[in-house]
Design a protein around this ligand. Structure first.
Ligand code: SF4
Length: 188
């Protein structure tokens, strides 16, 4: 087996383990994993991108799947709609106070991952992050990952995507570990 296949196998295992941890939490609170993912996303991102179309791309699922999950989250009063002033059919989502409370209990679902990662050296973590951020960017370029808010795809980025990185919004050089993979200020 070549190294690429072994890495792929490792990524699959990590992804399965993360999903299993998410399922565990989901069961505790009586909501589905996709509902948890939506809640965490809405609580951590600006309102302008929290809509059904964007969420469908973010999680690589259909709009119908997102709409169903959102309907339940609205019914349970974890989310609310913010309607467009010009078109009542369009809306963005925002989190309610009970949604925030739930998110507070959900957020630690991957703590065991954080704990194990913190046993690596800074250099090892920087290397892992560097490879992952470039892989995400390359897969986005091939259309495999639909949404990504990384520096490498941002209009404010200039650099060689290797060692020399600069953010024209922050007007600052970025080190490898300062490269963002989910930046609020990202613009395509
Ligand atoms: S705005 Fe954010 S994503 Fe864009 S280059 Fe700056 S830090 Fe990176």
């Amino acid at each position: 087996m070549n190294i690429e296949s072994k890495i792929l196998g490792g990524l699959e295992r990590l992804s399965e383990a993360l999903k299993a941890l998410l399922w565990e939490k989901a069961k505790t609170f009586g909501i589905s994993p996709i509902q948890i993912q939506i809640l965490l996303f809405v609580s951590n991102h600006k309102r302008e991108i929290c809509n059904v179309s964007y969420l469908a791309k973010e999680f690589n699922v259909t709009k119908a799947t997102i709409s169903d999950a959102v309907r339940i989250l609205l019914k349970k009063e974890y989310l609310e709609k913010d309607h467009s002033p010009t078109d009542n059919r369009r809306y963005n989502l925002f989190i309610t106070s009970s949604g925030k409370e739930l998110v507070g209990q959900l957020e630690g679902y991957a703590d065991v991952f954080n704990k194990e990662l913190s046993s690596f050296t800074d250099q090892e973590l920087a290397n892992i992050f560097d490879t992952l951020s470039k892989l995400i960017f390359q897969l986005n370029q091939k259309g495999v990952i639909q949404v990504q808010r990384t520096c490498y795809n941002c209009k404010y980025y200039s650099g060689d995507k290797k060692e020399d990185h600069y953010c024209n919004l922050l007007k600052s050089k970025l080190s490898g570990k300062e490269i963002q993979i989910d930046c609020d200020e990202f613009e395509e």
